[in-house]
Design a protein around this ligand. Structure first.
Ligand code: PEP
Ligand code: MG
Length: 587
């Protein structure tokens, strides 16, 4: 990486979202519309770039005037005024002069300079309290995009086709799931939180990430500056000094060495020193994570988030296609099993037709099992596909966002109906396929004793259970400090769930992100959980944590934790064991 030499090292602090170190040039994606390619130019090319900018402007103005006159011909009553305003914007000298100056100052291509100036301008507009003016940002984005399209594409530049560190205002889970993982070394975002699906995916893929960066970084940063993403402590460092780079390279090598040691133990049983065996399985979103899962030593898939089948913005695939996909998961996981969760769209995840418009409170709205129950045809197809896959290996089904008994009954009714149909059609399936529910709504945890006789297992979705218990949106960085996994209320709900399950002879697992946080493994084991389903990258660490402790010490500590009244005190208790038994694994 070439350092500009002139610029100072700057550090921004955020929330560590996915461990690891990424070192590379920054590619910036602000909000509103996507960034064009960025590349460096020579002094001698500055004039040429300025001309390209003027040409793109002129071309755009002509297009706008053309649209305006066609509209006038059609309606004749001045509705084309908006386009006149757009043309005036492109003639605004303050704006165009800044782009012209920036091309020379930054020595970067014209479209990128234009993009950076427009983003600054838009950001300022978004801060204006006047709602009318704020709404005009959409118009300006529109014109800006039009100008960007009117630059001729260039070849042979450095930019997102190269390996880089992505710095974005925000990334949707679909952006993260589809990002080119060969090119994106790591990413940092202004928005976001540890338990958003964007962060979960980053951890699954092993892409270092920092979210919730403070203070408008995206707008200030010059594209292509050298950067480090420190996903362990949540830092983005721009223009690192040679000393900083060296320190991070060493850290990276040391972590790789540790990972190698852990991977070597992946076939050793995950039992505590005093012989309590736990299952460590993996969460997946996409079928292409299966090789990672198999390499990790996971004993099966503990959560398959099937809503990621909606990734391409299409409807749920039909029964045949789903059967094929689930069968592939099941066969690849043999001799272990796969727990397939029915569609959990909505919230911060992928929208499901026809509900594509914004909901006022998406997390309290139409998501998870509510969608499936309201769309019985879609639900039936998914259920039949899961059952058909169960003929090829160990499969269990589980339902997300259960908040009451009647939902459980309706889900079971769907399972029965599909079993009957397949039976009549002579299509094989596992008649004893286990049926479980996610405990992720406090109502379900509080009524776990009522739910337990109805199902074969519980899987606690702590990501949602925490957000609903402490009423703090899991993706909102402004309330991230309130989102505390060890809040006494959360710990009590987990304990109630595990106890209710044990009373009825069923097992409880945890598939939320808490399960993969090795600071909390002593607490979760002590509370009596039997399965931990974690991101593929966390499997080996969690396994080693389990092998390093005794169940007896964890149980005694968790009894103590249950009577503590502060989240910090509970975390400390768990950390005491973690540090003592496997301190070298903690980041
Ligand atoms: C959870 O809520 O903890 C969970 C595992 O489900 P998701 O993160 O997909 O909502
Ligand atoms: Mg959930």
């Amino acid at each position: 990486m070439v350092r500009s030499g002139l610029e100072r090292e700057v550090m921004y602090e955020g929330i560590p979202a996915s461990p690891g170190i990424a070192i590379g040039p920054v590619h910036v994606v602000a909000r509103g519309f996507s960034a064009p390619e960025v590349y460096e130019i020579e002094d001698s090319e500055v004039e040429h770039e300025r001309e390209r900018f003027q040409d793109a402007l002129e071309h755009t103005k002509k297009q706008l005037v053309d649209i305006q006159s066609r509209l006038d011909d059609l309606s004749g009553d001045g509705e084309s005024g908006i386009f006149e305003a757009h043309v005036m914007m492109l003639e605004d000298k303050a704006l165009t002069n800044r782009v012209i100056a920036m091309i020379g100052d930054r020595l970067q291509n014209a479209e990128y300079a234009f993009y950076a100036v427009m983003q600054n301008f838009l950001e300022a507009m978004r801060r204006i309290p006047d709602p009318y003016l704020r709404e005009r940002t959409a118009d300006i984005e529109d014109v800006a995009q039009r100008v960007l399209r009117n630059f001729s594409p260039e070849e042979g530049h450095q930019g997102p086709d190269e390996q880089h560190v992505l710095l974005a205002y925000d990334l949707a889970p679909s952006d993260t799931a589809t990002m080119n993982r060969r090119h994106v070394l790591g990413f940092a975002t202004e928005l976001g939180s540890v338990n958003s699906h964007t962060a979960i995916l980053a951890r699954a893929f092993g892409v270092p990430a920092v979210v919730g960066l403070n203070g408008g970084v995206v707008i200030d940063v010059k594209a292509l500056v050298p950067a480090i993403v420190d996903g362990y402590t949540g830092k983005l460092i721009l223009n690192p000094t040679e000393e900083t780079l060296e320190r991070y390279r060493k850290l990276h090598d040391e972590k790789l060495r540790l990972k190698g040691l852990l991977d070597a133990k992946r076939d050793v049983a995950t039992a505590t020193i005093d012989g309590r065996e736990l299952t460590v399985s993996a969460n997946i979103e996409l079928v292409d994570e299966l090789p990672l899962v198999k390499r990790s030593g996971a004993k099966g898939v503990g959560l398959y988030r099937t809503e990621y089948l909606l990734l391409k913005g299409e409807d749920m695939p039909e029964e045949e296609k789903q059967t094929e996909i689930y069968t592939r998961v099941v066969k690849e996981m043999a001799p272990y099993g796969a727990i397939i969760r029915t569609l959990d769209a909505g919230g911060d995840k992928l929208p499901v037709e026809p509900l594509t418009e914004a909901e006022p409170n998406p997390f309290l709205g139409w998501r998870g099992i509510r969608v499936s129950l309201a769309r019985p045809a879609m639900f039936r197809e998914q259920m039949r596909a899961i059952l058909r896959a169960s003929a090829h290996g160990k499969v269990a089904v589980m339902f997300p966002m259960i908040s009451g008994l009647s939902e459980v009954w309706r889900c079971k009714e769907m399972v029965r109906r599909c079993m009957d149909e397949l039976h009549k059609e002579g299509i094989p399936f596992d008649e004893k396929m286990p049926v479980g529910i996610m405990i992720e709504v406090p109502a379900a945890a509080l009524c776990a004793d009522v739910m337990a006789p109805e199902v074969d297992f519980f899987s606690i979705g702590t990501n949602d259970l925490i957000q609903y218990t402490v009423a703090a949106d899991r993706v909102n960085s402004h309330v991230a400090a309130l989102y505390r996994p060890t809040h006494p209320a959360v710990i009590r709900l987990i304990k109630m769930t595990i106890d209710a399950a044990a009373d009825h002879g069923i097992w409880t697992g945890i598939c939320g992100e808490m399960a993969g946080d090795i600071r909390l493994t002593p607490l979760l084991i002590g509370l009596g959980v039997e399965e931990l389903s974690v991101g593929p990258q966390q499997v080996s660490k969690v396994g080693q944590a389990i092998r390093s402790m005794s169940y007896a010490e964890c149980a005694a500590m968790s009894d103590e934790a249950l009577i503590r009244n502060r989240s910090g005190a509970i975390l400390e208790l768990s950390m005491e064991i973690a540090k003592k038994r496997y301190g070298e694994l903690l980041d």
